[in-house]
Design a binder for this molecule. Sequence first.
Ligand code: G
Ligand code: G
Ligand code: MN
Ligand code: NA
Length: 254
Amino acid sequence: LTMESDLRRALERNEIKVLFQPIVRLEDRTVAGFETVLRWDHPRLGRVTPQVFLPIAEESGLIVNLGVFALERTAAELAAWQQALVVEPPIFATVNLSSRQLLRHDLLHDVKTVLARTGVVPGSLKLELTEGLVMENPEYAAQMLARIHELGAGLCLDDFGTGYSALTYLQRFPFDTIKIDQSFVRQMASGRSGILRSIVRMAQELGLEIVAEGAESEADALALAEIGCDYAQGFAFGEPMSVLQARQLVGAAP
Ligand code: G
Ligand code: G
Ligand code: MN
Ligand code: NA
């Protein structure tokens, strides 16, 4: 309960940080975009990870405020980069969604407001959701995601391959990107790349962009490129970093 009341004040006390982890284009190793993740710099406990505070945020409803915060910060930063830099295609950013957020009707309003206020290039601000989240209520999720897609936000299916992997759902939902779970990159590194290869072939067939998550070495990056992944994310290219570091990385630092 202490944690909950601390979290309630954390936003106004500037203790919540939005970190940016680079997503790199495998063909030329340029930074294509970022996934943003939250961290809580607690005055006594130090840096608290989402695994610890997200369950509390979900339970208490504070996830709504945190979600709007992550969305606004990410979109504002992205818009500034898009104005400062002329790169084609423009840099993108993905923001994680949790179940409470998807099930809230206001999500549409929040996304619409953020897109209108920041003027990011349509599709360059993406929402990232897991299969499990979508499968909690596929009918409802299909409707919500269709409307989010209509607003001009991108959609990325996170942790792909770990859940139900009902392939028909990939066609039913307007995802433009899949993010292949780290476990397949680990398997590949130990000589088993069969599933990874078939996921990539299927995603290509469906016209989806492919991000591989958990690229930790140069060998991983080379193998992922050879298999046909478009992008990779992982410690090989950078851990989640501060917004200032991200600005420097894209060349948009003042
Ligand atoms: O960054 P890290 O690997 O510690 O993230 C752990 C988990 O927390 C990931 O599954 C990620 O999706 C989730 N997460 C990180 N930031 C956010 C956020 O802004 N909103 C939501 N809903 N989940 C997040
Ligand atoms: O569940 P989700 O995919 O949103 O979580 C992303 C998390 O994965 C981030 O919090 C980040 O810390 C972690 N991560 C990112 N890159 C790597 C990596 O190369 N190796 C490992 N082990 N974890 C990573
Ligand atoms: Mn994610
Ligand atoms: Na993931």
